[in-house]
Design a protein around this ligand. Sequence first.
Ligand code: URA
Length: 268
Amino acid sequence: MEFDNNILKGLMAKLEWQLNMGVEAMVEEKNNYFDREKTNIFNKDNSKKLEISQKPIFSKLETETIDKNSDHQEMLENCLTLDDLKIYMLNFNGCDLKKTATQLVFSDGNPKSQVMIIGEAPGAEEDRRGIPFCGASGQLLDKMLNSINLNRNNVYITNIIPWRPPGNRTPNENEISLMKPFLMRHIEIVSPKLLVAVGGSAAKAILNIEGGILRHRGAWKKIILRGGLEIPIISTLHPAYLLRAPNQKKLAWEDLKSIRSKLEEFKR
Ligand code: URA
């Protein structure tokens, strides 16, 4: 097949322009939030693990949009199951991160677990596959969990932000506070026995703490949910940080041992 040189040059110029604009991946039509009207409610990997309510109360919203000004708190309280919450989030259009992400990254693991792990936000691989912590830092997270006999069958994993920030930047305070009610409802629905905040952004978002993660990691605190349920929470170092600073792994190991001891306490 012969190519016209001018067409080729034109295509190269378009590609170069997209690269300069920060485009890193092509979005498949079926995952494109810009022109898609209907959303696919469950990705394959999560469908088996999520509890499907008998009557999903939000199914009627599949093609409606929910913006920043919708009355969240009441709507969120009406989300009684994870599939209600996921549908609600799929229909939420108040966060600009959704526009640049490929898809919502809701959760992975077992929602009946005692342990709920909360990271920061999806990266490129998570955005592509729709699964939290499935890239390089996820592989290290899995190894860390395995070292204390935990894995995705006995932990539940989500992030404070469900859409990948462009270029993997850190989510800003507005984005975090906008999405926090969704996270808190997520925690309420799962009602785990303990929470692990992975990295400074997650620790700050949940615990409203000042200062870096190195100051707060390893200390058990409590969050109190509406209705009074108290859940112990520990924060630890993010695996992405540990990949850059492997000499800090000993601190993360201390935190993992502390999680293991806490789980032992529950057995007594
Ligand atoms: N980092 C996170 O905090 N979460 C992910 O899901 C992936 C990388």
